[in-house]
Write a protein that binds this ligand. Sequence first.
Ligand code: NAD
Length: 357
Amino acid sequence: MSNLLSPADRRDPSHPAAGAPTFAVISGAEVQQALTGREKQLVELIDATYRLHGAGESVNPPSYFLRFPDRPTSRIIALPASLGGQTRVDGLKWISSFPANVDSGLPRASAVLILNDHDTGYPFACLESSVISATRTAASAALAADRLSRTRTRPTRVGFFGTGLIARYIHTYLAGTGWTFDEIGVYDVSADSTEGFRGYLHQAGTTGRVSVHGSPEALIRSSDLVVFATVAGEPHVTDPAWFDHNPLVLHVSLRDLAPEILLGSANVVDDVEHCLKANTSPHLAEQLTRGRDFLDGTLDDVLTGRLTPPADRTVIFSPFGLGVLDLAVGKFVYDEVARAGQLHLIDDFFHDLHRYG
Ligand SMILES: NC(=O)c1ccc[n+]([C@@H]2O[C@H](COP(=O)([O-])OP(=O)(O)OC[C@H]3O[C@@H](n4cnc5c(N)ncnc54)[C@H](O)[C@@H]3O)[C@@H](O)[C@H]2O)c1
C-alpha cells in the first residue's frame, strides 16, 4: 500500500486532512505523463495482476456489450472489476469502440475509468482511459511475447497485421522491454494506416528492416511473431498452411483467425470464461468442437510454471482483456499523480452527506 493520503484517510476525523470523500479527475495528458517510459514497470504490474487474478484475488464479471441496431459496427463495453492483494480497489471501465471515427481522424476507442474506494464504495477518481486501456493491452502483449517464447526460439521477425493505435502501443511495449527485431513486417487493408505506422516506426528510431507486405499470407509466412490488431468482426485468415513455420501469434483483436487455425495450434488465453464469448475465434472453436479441449491454459498457467508452451507448434495467445488490468494501471496512475501533488479534486463533488440534513 502506498503511503499516500487515501480517500479513507481523508475521511478519518482523527486525520489532519479529514473531511468529505474526495473525487479527482485525471486527464489523458496526466495519464500519459504518469505512464510514459515505464514499460518494464508496467509489464511487471500486469504480470502481478494476472497472478492475483489466477490466485482468485479478484472479481471480474463478464463484460457487458452495449450494441446499437442503427450502428452495427459500434459498441460500448462496461468492464466492472475488483482487485484485491495490496491494491484493493474496485471500479468500472466504460469503453466505446466506434471504428468509423478513424475516417474523421479520431481514434476508434474512447474511455473513462472509475475507481471506487475499497471500504466505502465511494468513487474517488475518474480517469481518461483510452491510454490506460491501450497501455494494459500492450503490456499484456509484451509480457505474453516474452513468457510464451522462453521455451521456444526467441522471435526476430515481427509482423503487425493491422497497424492502428493498438499496434503502435504494442510495438512501443515490445521495444521498451528489450525486444529488437531484424525485420518488422506490416500489413493493413488501409494504405493510410500502413504509412502512419511506418512514420511512427521511423520516429521511434527503429532499427531493423521495415517491410510492407502486399498480402496477409506474405506477412504471416515471413514473421515468427505475428501481432493481430485489426477491427475484423469475423475470421478472414483461414489457411492453416500459412502457419507451417509455427510462429508465436498475439491474437489481440480476437476475431481474425478461423477456428481451424486454432485447432492446429497451442492456445493460451487470459481467462477461459471471458475469452469463450462474443464470437471470438476461441468461442467459434468451442462451438465447432463442442468442447474446450483445444485450450492449453491461461497466461497465468505459463507465468506460474503449470504450462510450458510447445516449441514445435504454433502458439496463439488470445487475450479477452480483463477489467482488473485497467484497475491496476488506473490505480498506479492515481498514485503517481497524487504522489506528485497534482490531483485535481472536484470541490463539493459529494454533497448532502449528512443523513438528516
Ligand atoms: N484484447 C484486448 O484486450 C484488446 C484491447 C484493446 C483493443 N483491442 C482490439 O485491438 C484492435 C485494434 O484496435 P485499434 O485501436 O488499433 O484500432 P484502429 O482502428 O486504430 O486500427 C485497426 C487497423 O486494422 C486495420 N484493419 C481492419 N481490418 C483489417 C483486415 N481485415 N486486415 C488488415 N487490417 C485490417 C484497419 O485498417 C486499421 O488500420 C480492435 O479490434 C480492438 O478491439 C483488443
